[in-house]
Design a protein around this ligand. Structure first.
Ligand SMILES: [Zn+2]
Length: 500
């Protein structure tokens, strides 16, 4: 008979059970006989198959049960209902606990039942405790009790919503993710379609959508930007700063970069109003290197205002604005900014007020270094010859041509170098595109969809996304949205669908 008790628990676990905290998820299987301190109750996570359930009933319940035909009852206080595979123990009877326990044991012996399942919930908690105490005290039974928490089956839709809310939004739930939420809910409740309900609920949670980084980013296939075919045909303009005001009252740097040669120019400026910027661009660049065919800039007002627009129109320059929220368009010049910033920080470590003095030196060093993309120095691609550098002055420059051939030579060198640079540039763009497109996850938005925009401000505590905003039109790889009653075009890579 003793072999029927299959669980072995430690004293500590037994103590726990005694102190009302039955908490043994996986009983250890053992066929050894039960020692006096071995418990007869273990908690299990799942209801085992083909097990008889022990339920607690009162007098009225018992009377009703006994009136039905399909019962087996060999004792006064226990009723077996085969159709329900359950034994009802009348705990409201006037008999003592000892009688109840012996009655139960007698019935189980007759039915050849060794294990009984008790489904624990608040209303039967006291009954379970007193039953276990009695069994312990009277040493009457070799029955084993498997106790499992009650999983309430929910049918009411409103109740489902309340549960979803409780298991996600309450501070203790901390906006749990889908898997954690499903596992937590299933400990207490069940309803058909619980998994889908949780998925949809989490998907639509506004806080989660705005605050959490997604693993599936929207990523549009890259468009190969057309590459300029001659130096200074296409240049990018950008403003760096504000920086610390220096000795010359400068606070900003206007940077220009040639798309083909990567040649940079940088002009320190005291202000970044459109007149200052336009004047610096014309005086320093246009009047020295000629009129570029195309100028690309971001949406900064210094570039979009009428003064700049008018100047470009006057000079016959095509003006392009890079798409807001997609800075890859100006990627090259932004990398250059990083480089310049690092250079200035190092050079101005001891004297922050003289950074303007260092800017031309940085330009010189950048333009005379081999660029990783073109494999040429920008200087070479613009001027068709290597620059005289302090380091190679001592070596002396070998004359490669006589003066008669100079124009031909120059033309040849310029053409050759620029053609090579173009080839290199295109090659690296294609290989980058292949790499990039591999991880593409293109989306198509419908007019009227709501989308979230990635927050461009780098503060770690800010929302990751802002919005939602309404989609006006999908213009892949961009999308036109309405933001604060304004129409703006954003790159899809910085967006994701908002679930309402
Ligand atoms: Zn959430």
């Amino acid at each position: 008979m003793h072999e029927q008790v299959v669980s072995v628990l430690t004293r500590a676990q037994k103590k726990k059970i005694d102190s009302k905290e039955i908490n043994t998820d996986r009983p250890t299987e053992s066929s050894t006989a039960r020692r006096p301190d071995q418990p007869t109750a273990v908690e299990v996570l799942k209801r085992p198959k083909d097990i008889t359930e022990l339920r607690f009933s009162d007098n009225y319940n018992n009377k009703c049960l006994r009136q039905s035909n399909n019962i087996v009852s060999d004792a006064s206080y226990c009723t077996y209902v085969p159709s329900q595979s359950a034994i009802f123990l009348n705990t409201r009877s006037l008999s003592t606990q000892e009688v109840l326990v012996r009655d139960l044991e007698k019935l189980c012996k007759k039915l050849n039942i060794n294990d009984l399942l008790i489904i624990k919930n608040k209303s039967v908690d006291k009954n379970i405790q007193s039953l276990l105490r009695s069994i312990d005290r009277y040493k009457t039974t070799s029955l084993k009790f498997l106790i499992t928490k009650e999983v309430t089956r929910i049918t009411d839709k409103d109740e489902i919503i309340t549960i979803l809310n409780d298991f996600h939004i309450l501070p203790t739930s901390g906006h749990a993710g889908i898997n954690r939420m499903i596992n937590n809910i299933k400990k207490y409740y069940f309803w058909p379609g619980i998994t889908n309900d949780v998925i949809n609920f989490v998907k639509k949670c506004k806080s989660c959508q705005i605050q959490k980084h997604t693993n599936r980013h929207t990523k549009e296939p890259m468009t190969i930007t057309s590459t300029a075919s001659t130096a200074f045909e296409r240049i990018s303009l950008d403003i760096m700063g504000p920086l610390d005001v220096d000795n010359y009252d400068n606070k900003y740097i206007l940077t220009l970069q040639c798309d083909l040669s990567k040649y940079v120019e940088a002009y320190p400026l005291p202000r970044k109003d459109t007149e200052t910027v336009t004047k610096a661009f014309v005086t320093n660049f246009v009047l020295r290197y000629g009129v570029p065919k195309t100028v690309i800039s971001d949406r900064g007002t210094e570039f979009t205002s009428s003064v700049m627009v008018e100047t470009c129109r006057l000079l016959g320059i095509e003006k392009h604005i890079s798409t807001a929220y997609h800075h890859e368009t100006l990627g090259a010049i932004e990398n250059t900014h990083k480089h310049l910033g690092a250079y200035l920080r190092i050079q101005c470590e001891n004297n922050k007020a003289d950074w303007s003095d260092w800017v031309p030196f940085w330009c010189f060093s950048f333009n005379t270094s081999v660029h990783s993309e073109t494999k040429y120095t920008p200087y070479e691609l613009v001027f068709g010859k290597m620059c005289n550098l302090p380091s190679n002055l001592s070596k002396g420059i070998d004359p490669l041509y006589n003066h008669d051939d100079y124009p031909k030579e120059l033309k040849y060198r310029l053409q050759k170098a620029q053609a090579d640079a173009m080839q290199n540039l295109l090659q690296s763009k294609i290989s980058r595109k292949c790499l990039y497109d591999k991880n593409c996850n293109s989306v198509k938005y419908n007019t009227g969809d709501l989308i979230l925009l990635k927050n461009q401000v780098g503060n770690k505590l800010d929302n990751v996304y802002e919005g939602p905003y309404k989609v006006l039109k999908d213009i892949s790889p961009n999308v036109l949205i309405s933001k604060k009653n304004k129409e703006i075009l954003v790159h899809k890579n910085n967006t994701k669908l908002f679930y309402d």
